[in-house]
Design a protein around this ligand. Sequence first.
Ligand code: MG
Length: 203
Amino acid sequence: MKIICVGRNYAEHAKELNNPVNESPVIFLKPETAQNQQRQPFFLPDFSSDIHYETEIVVKICKLGKNIQEKFAHKYYEEIGIGIDFTARDLQSSLKAKGLPWELAKGFDGSAPVGKFVDKSTFEDVQNIDFSLKKNGQLVQSGNTSDMIFKIDTIIAFVSQYFTLKKGDLIFTGTPKGVGPVTKGDQLEAFIGEMHLLTVKVR
Ligand code: MG
């Protein structure tokens, strides 16, 4: 199982981190060990003092595919969920400044918790889904998938040119604006519409 992530896929978020909007999707991977079982706490790693949440719609791949055409991409996922792309922002900034890959800042243990998945037929249009994050009960991020720069089907077609997609692979589709830090004791709750699908306790 692999976790494929899209960076800078919402213009307002790219702007808040002073990043350009790219012509093709910005892709990075997280290892399987970045997965965290639901309800397990997220443990702050020792190597960072600035861990950020990034709330993202997650697509679960349902069958094997390579070089998938965009018009057929919808056949490769049946479930949609929500996850957090935890990021060691301080480490990422220093890696970016040196032109180095981001993996250490993105792929560490527990950095990709996902919640319960929902059948995509629940949604009239997967490119019009509201999602949000509360930190300690307060709304800190909200977005709608209509604001994605690269749509889900475009991402699937793009990444499948490079990586064979397999059943169970997850695609994190990017975060809207409003990312911010977590500290020990925080509780994060992620929602698709009114559905509360993920809780993460920070320890
Ligand atoms: Mg992200």
